[in-house]
Design a protein around this ligand. Structure first.
Ligand code: 4NP
Length: 161
C-alpha cells in the first residue's frame, strides 16, 4: 500500500487539528500501520505559529493515553500537493481551504470535512473548544476519536481517492 498522507486543519492549530493528528496516529499505530500513513496538522491562521498545543489539548490527550507532539504552523501552498487529504474541522476551515486553493490555482478535490462519515451527525462541525473548558475538550476528543476511526476504516476499505 502506498503511503497515505493526511493533513488535519483547524483555525489555530493548537486545539482540534493537533488532537486529531495525535488520535489518528494512535489508531494507525494500534493497527501496526504507522509506515503506511503520515499525519500532520496546520492552522488557517498564523496566530499561534511555533506554539505547543493548548494545555487543555495536552491534558485531554494524556488522560486518554494519546501521545501528542506538535508545533503550530500555518497551511501553505505546498500542503495541497504534499498531502492526499486535507481534513477540515469545520465549515469555516473548509471554506478557507477552498478559497486559498482558488486564489493559488491549487487542487480542491481532496479537501474533506472531518465529520464526513459521522454516524452521530447533529452538526457537521467539530466544535471549537478554545473558548470552552475541559468538558468541551472531552467532547472534542470523543468526536475526533469516533471520526478518526471512521475515516481510517473508510481509507482502508475504499482507498483515499
Ligand atoms: P483550534 O482552536 O482552531 O481548534 O486550534 C482555536 C485556537 C485559537 C483561536 C481560536 C481557535 N484563537 O482565536 O486564537
Amino acid at each position: 500500500m502506498e503511503q497515505v498522507k493526511i493533513l488535519f486543519v483547524c483555525l489555530g492549530n493548537i486545539c482540534r487539528s493537533p488532537m486529531a493528528e495525535a488520535i489518528m496516529n494512535k489508531h494507525i499505530a494500534d493497527l501496526g500501520l504507522s509506515s503506511n500513513f503520515r499525519c500532520d496538522s496546520a492552522g488557517t491562521s498564523n496566530n499561534h505559529v511555533g506554539e505547543n498545543p493548548d494545555n487543555r489539548t495536552i491534558v485531554t490527550c494524556k488522560k486518554n493515553n494519546i501521545p501528542i507532539n506538535h508545533k503550530a504552523r500555518q497551511i501553505n501552498t505546498s500542503d495541497y500537493t504534499k498531502f492526499d487529504m486535507l481534513v477540515a474541522m469545520d465549515e469555516s476551515n473548509f471554506i478557507y481551504l477552498n478559497k486559498f486553493a482558488a486564489k493559488n490555482m491549487l487542487p480542491v478535490s481532496h479537501i474533506k470535512m472531518m465529520r464526513e462519515f459521522d454516524i452521530d451527525l447533529k452538526d457537521i462541525n467539530v466544535a471549537d473548544p478554545w473558548f470552552g473548558d475541559l468538558t468541551d475538550f472531552d467532547l472534542c476528543y470523543e468526536t475526533l476519536n469516533r471520526n478518526c476511526e471512521l475515516l481510517l476504516n473508510n481509507i482502508l476499505e475504499n482507498g483515499h481517492k
